[in-house]
Design a protein around this ligand. Structure first.
Ligand SMILES: [Zn+2]
Length: 73
């Protein structure tokens, strides 16, 4: 009677796996939505370090302009 046992296992495991997949999907969707609403935007204009002399846009963590060497604040 191995086939009957496998049938019982499948009937029990099937809905459980589907439920877990649905829950994981909901968690992922919720995490994406929360990240979009509360996460900071990837580009913030006020954070850009632009050299006043040459106008070169440097990385946000740059302390000196990569083109003219002007000190950035
Ligand atoms: Zn510069």
């Amino acid at each position: 009677m191995l086939w009957s046992n496998e049938g019982v296992d499948m009937s029990v495991a099937g809905p459980t796996i589907i439920t877990i997949i649905l829950l994981v999907g909901l968690v992922i969707v919720a995490a994406v939505l929360i990240g979009r609403t509360t996460g900071p935007p990837s580009r913030r204009p006020e954070r850009v370090c632009r050299a006043a002399d040459c106008g070169t846009v440097n990385p946000p963590n740059a302390r000196f302009c990569g083109r003219c060497g002007q000190k950035l604040d």
